[in-house]
Write a protein that binds this ligand. Structure first.
Ligand code: GDP
Ligand code: MG
Length: 599
């Protein structure tokens, strides 16, 4: 196999700059035999949720044959990267599977926070970066401004820049040629011991776990005995192949190739993104660099609305885990909600995706408890605890002090929104560590902020303050001392443990009021008065009341129409199923997450 004809590249871009659309054009031009209807979304984004939200969650890959102007047929491997800050480690592994990157810039938006964050990552991995200005068909396209930013903000060569419209296909042929000429072929040797980098995995009902990998050194063949070096688990390769809008068996992959392998892996936790596959008979001396054990940053418990659904929820979570190694979970129980699972997520988006998948794919009604970050609690007796569940927070008397995780937040905004954004960051306990004018129009703000403050509504508020123009990127960068209290929520005097949360003392009054007034909006009136209280220790910090009311849904259809009456009653029953009984009070499923959003 002639690896000099292989090119491995990824497309990096800020969300909505056209990555998936461009990937589509590539696949179409490469005549892999797809035509897509006008309503159908991008080919590389598989999951429904990705489609609806227009973001890529799982990275994908596709091998595109391309006959260049020099008459040779090249094998272009496009590795798609996830498009959300929750998944930046996955992005880094996808990037390190490539020799080159296309850096997409929307001609009407210019460079944004994630464009820069992704560029840093590509440069760090020594990729050749080809700047691409996309959406040149738009009337609002400002190509000179983009060229200026590419040169001035990104420090990239404007001569290398290709101008395209992923929508119309203009410029895509030039881009193919540029990939072939400017991105280097992979270096390596078939004779070297096997080293293949895992950049993703997914679950297939027939084949089991499909490992997505880039072979860096050596050859991977069906029948070989292989080891996952970090997991230290060995398997026999059952199938090896490449991605082409489906899996195409090739029997082997050589150094430089991107493809998949199947090895009868039953334990999904053996497959870790960033791990190295090597051969048992002729093992590599060391794994490839850059492996990181990804740690979840947000924790929440999931409970079935109907306690009889516990086993089904167990199945659902096990099946999701097959597709999503970054989801971690263990059994949990709550006085208010019964048996459930404590789960760890990479971020709030990850949590929401899991929620939607459980509801849609498994048709289960579930409740999430207050998401929490993981705190480090230093005890008077010298013990150090990691606590992410409000229910396991020790008695305040026993606590010496607590620390909370901080992030380094990077915001890029047009200058006119700087004032309100600074106010927002201060409200979120942020400390400014940098402010750079990128050019006359745009400012980059850098803040140290508690992770807990940005989890819930920071991003939404940033977008609304800036009319969508500010962009945001972050990384977790350590722990700082904090003043933490546990706030409990009482409904008619009964603590609803699922609504307890750990909060910064300075925010507790405000948060207590918010939760109580939100609950009032979420809990329908019942036949008796309901008191809702927020308490810290024995002190009530906020109180609201829901007055009694009997809801008679059939009152509207005077007599006659039995069919209609029945329908309404069924509907009400359906609504009941999505309620959770707490003591004698029905709380709707939606209430549990809704109360956490602050304004
Ligand atoms: P991604 O988030 O980077 O994957 O972006 P998408 O490929 O999903 O594109 C975001 C939006 O921009 C979609 O509505 C696309 O139809 C649109 N879009 C992408 N490329 C072009 C282009 O070249 N011209 C125009 N006018 N719209 C585009
Ligand atoms: Mg996309």
């Amino acid at each position: 196999k002639d690896s000099s004809l292989t090119r491995n590249f990824c497309i990096i871009a800020h969300i909505d700059h056209g990555k998936s659309t461009l990937a589509d054009r590539f696949i179409e031009k490469a005549k892999l035999g797809v035509t897509r209807g006008p309503a159908q979304s991008q080919i590389l984004d598989n999951m429904d949720i990705e489609r609806e939200r227009g973001i890529t969650i799982k990275s994908q890959a596709v091998t595109i044959p391309y006959t260049a102007k020099d008459g040779k047929t090249y094998e272009l491997n496009l590795v798609d990267t996830p498009g959300h800050v929750d998944f930046s480690y996955e992005v880094s592994r996808a990037i390190s599977s490539c020799e080159g990157a296309l850096l997409l810039v929307d001609a009407s938006q210019g460079v944004e926070a994630q464009t820069i964050a992704n560029l840093y990552m590509a440069v760090e991995h020594n990729l050749t970066v080809i700047p691409v200005i996309n959406k040149i068909d738009l009337a609002s396209a400002d190509i000179p401004a983009c060229l200026h930013q590419i040169d001035h903000d990104l420090g990239l060569d404007t001569d290398l820049t290709v101008q395209v419209s992923a929508k119309t296909g203009v410029g895509v042929d030039e881009l193919f040629e540029s990939i072939v000429t400017n991105i280097e072929p992979p270096q390596g040797s078939d004779a070297a011991p096997l080293q293949a980098l895992i950049f993703d995995s997914h679950y297939d009902a027939y084949r089991g776990v499909i490992v997505h990998c880039r072979v860096v050194e050596g050859v991977m063949k069906v029948g070989d005995e292989i080891t996952f070096m970090h997991s230290d688990a060995s398997y026999k390769l059952e199938e090896v192949g490449i991605f082409q809008l489906g899996l195409v068996k090739t029997g082997e992959l050589h150094y430089g190739d991107v493809g998949y392998c199947v090895a009868g892996v039953k334990t999904i936790s053996d497959i870790r993104v960033g791990d190295t596959i090597t051969s048992v008979i002729n093992p590599a001396k060391s794994p490839l660099p850059g492996f990181k054990d990804v740690k979840p940053v947000v924790f929440s418990s999931i409970y079935p609305v109907d306690t009889n659904d516990y086993e089904e929820l167990n199945d659902a979570i096990e099946r999701l885990k097959l597709n999503d190694a970054s989801l971690i979970y263990e059994k949990d129980s709550s006085a208010a909600l019964g048996f459930g699972f404590r789960c760890g997520f990479l971020g709030m988006l990850h949590l929401e995706v899991v929620q939607e998948r459980i509801e849609r794919e498994f048709n289960l009604s579930i409740v999430f408890t207050s998401p929490s970050v993981s705190y480090i609690v230093h005890m008077r007796n010298g013990d150090v605890l990691h606590i992410d569940n409000p229910l396991t927070y020790p008695e305040p008397m026993q606590v010496e002090y607590a620390e909370e995780p901080y992030i380094r937040a990077n915001v890029i905004t047009p200058t006119q929104y700087v004032g309100p954004i600074i106010t927002l960051c201060m409200e979120k306990r942020g400390v400014q560590t940098g402010m750079n004018y990128l050019d006359e129009k745009r400012v980059e703000l850098v803040y140290d902020m508690p992770l807990a403050e940005v989890l819930f509504d920071f991003y939404d508020r940033l977008k609304s303050i800036s009319r969508g123009y500010a962009s945001f990127d972050y990384e977790v960068n350590g722990y700082k001392k904090t003043d933490l209290v546990r706030m409990d929520i009482l409904v008619n005097g009964e603590p609803v443990d699922a609504l307890s949360q750990l909060v910064f003392r300075g925010n507790s009054q405000k948060r207590g009021r918010q939760v109580c007034s939100r609950l009032v909006g979420e809990i329908p009136r019942q036949q008796f008065k309901i008191a809702i209280q927020a308490a810290i220790g024995g002190t009530i910090v906020s109180r609201e009341t829901i007055n009694a009311y009997r809801k008679d849904v059939t009152a509207k259809c005077y007599g006659g129409d039995i069919g209609r009456k029945r329908k309404l009653l069924d509907k009400q029953k359906e609504g009941k199923k999505r309620m959770k009984m707490v003591g004698n009070v029905e709380i709707p499923q939606g209430a549990f997450l809704a109360v956490l959003k602050s304004d």
